[in-house]
Design a binder for this molecule. Sequence first.
Ligand code: G3H
Ligand code: 13P
Ligand code: ZN
Length: 313
Amino acid sequence: MSMSIVTSKEMFEKAYNGGYAIGAFNVNNMEIIQGITEAAKECQAPVILQVSSGARKYANRTYLVKLVEAAVIETGLPICLHLDHGDTFELCKSCVDDGFTSVMIDASSKSFEDNIALTRQVVEYAHDHGVVVEAELGTLAGVEDDVNVSAEDSSYTRPEDVQEFVERTGCDSLAIAIGTSHGAYKFKPGTKPQLRFDILEEVSKRLPGFPIVLHGSSSVPQEYVQMINEHGGNMPGAIGVPEDQLREASRLAVCKINIDSDLRLAMTGTIRKFFDENPGEFDPRKYLGPARENIKQLVKHKIINVLGCDGKA
Ligand code: G3H
Ligand code: 13P
Ligand code: ZN
């Protein structure tokens, strides 16, 4: 039987009904892809590997697709290849043409009508090619690629908008804003992070059975923040989303949870510590290997304790 990259359609149906979520992890190079997919294999978990426009520029359009195909061969798992935060029709089309099985069109900074029009255009092209589409309503605080959305500008998703948006666009999943944000500085130090479960509930009441996506869902493990700070880094006040709240969201309508920053912290912490302890070492495998291993352990932890998707492949 030949294995290939799959869409998230079946993954989300099972996740919705099973009260768990699929992890969507950002990938930029081979070691990150290996760390994530080795963890998924050991846990027999379905997984989404997502590529941002920045990642696609960094690695070029061929390498990440081929590395993900390699991961499918190595693991035999259902793996979905997703474009994260596509901002134009052309970028989404290009990824569909390259073999992505899922694309996000993020027109959340546009007006409601312009968001609908652009999302609809992407849906028409993607669906014609068997590819699913994630859209976004509401704005997250923090850094999305190069665009800086200040905390004051962040606006929660309006539940009264979601039904019309999904009906008119035909999108397959919807990212909503309920208090998460991108990056490692999500909440003010000293305050108690609390996601807006009331909004999530209102949204899911209006969209029964429809998969909801949470961006900005890193939890910023203090173990790695400390490791970075103890080995020459400087990241005071880095705070993420509590893992128990993500676990709760994944029991509800949330079927996809996006995690990037946590992997960056694990990789950077591991490498900083390595160089601090091994100043004479210059073989990249000596530090990329442990970084890959720590990404793997972190993803296993997410799969088992946050997403609940272990054994669901
Ligand atoms: O939401 C953004 C993701 O963390 C990807 O970040 O655009 O720097 O690749 P990036
Ligand atoms: P984090 O920065 O919280 O990891 O969010 C990643 C994300 O939402 C990618 O789209
Ligand atoms: Zn995001």
